[in-house]
Ligand binder design. Structure first.
Ligand code: HEC
Length: 136
């Protein structure tokens, strides 16, 4: 009987824990191009994607301050169809697919020859695009 009482108490405590009101859903934090996205590029991409690069990465400058203009609503010169970044639409943004897909629309997954971006880094880029790819 004692054991049953103990179980009952535990059950009550458990249910009380469950009925605790949930924290209100916090809105997604606003991603900054300058403070969040560019550090990812600087850490993983600019070793190859800089204006004076001598290999095929040269086509895409991810280093200089003009990069926002170079990627947002900007078509890859290597493609008839792909834009680097289409605001609000990561799944049609070449740059996002190049870092998130094992088999991107063309070429290989970026960053080339090293570990994939982490989930957190991918989310920074994805959320930034979903929030309109602002120059913020
Ligand atoms: C080790 C060098 C290297 C690194 C690091 C690197 N890239 Fe690249 N990238 C290349 C080369 C070479 C190509 C051309 C071949 C290809 O498309 O796969 C390329 C192509 C691309 C393209 C297609 C450009 C076009 O218009 O054809 C995108 C987008 C891209 N890289 C994004 C990135 C991003 C974002 C990062 C960082 C997360 C990154 N790359 C890191 C070497 C690199």
């Amino acid at each position: 009987m004692k054991l049953l009482a103990l179980y009952s108490i535990l059950l009550v405590v458990f249910l009380a824990g469950c009925s605790k009101t949930e924290d209100p859903v916090t809105p997604e934090p606003v991603v900054s191009f300058r403070n969040d996205v560019r550090p990812v590029f600087n850490h993983h991409c600019t070793g190859c994607h800089f204006p004076e690069s001598t290999n095929d990465a040269k086509v895409l400058d991810l280093q200089t301050d003009a990069i926002w203009q170079n990627i947002v609503n900007h078509k890859s010169p290597n493609s008839k169809t792909w834009y680097y970044i289409i605001p609000n639409n990561p799944q049609t943004s070449l740059l996002y697919l190049k870092v998130s897909e094992d088999i991107p629309p063309f070429g290989i997954r970026m960053p080339a020859g090293t570990a994939n971006l982490t989930m957190d880094e991918l989310l920074i880029i994805k959320n930034w695009i979903q929030q309109g790819a602002k120059n913020n």
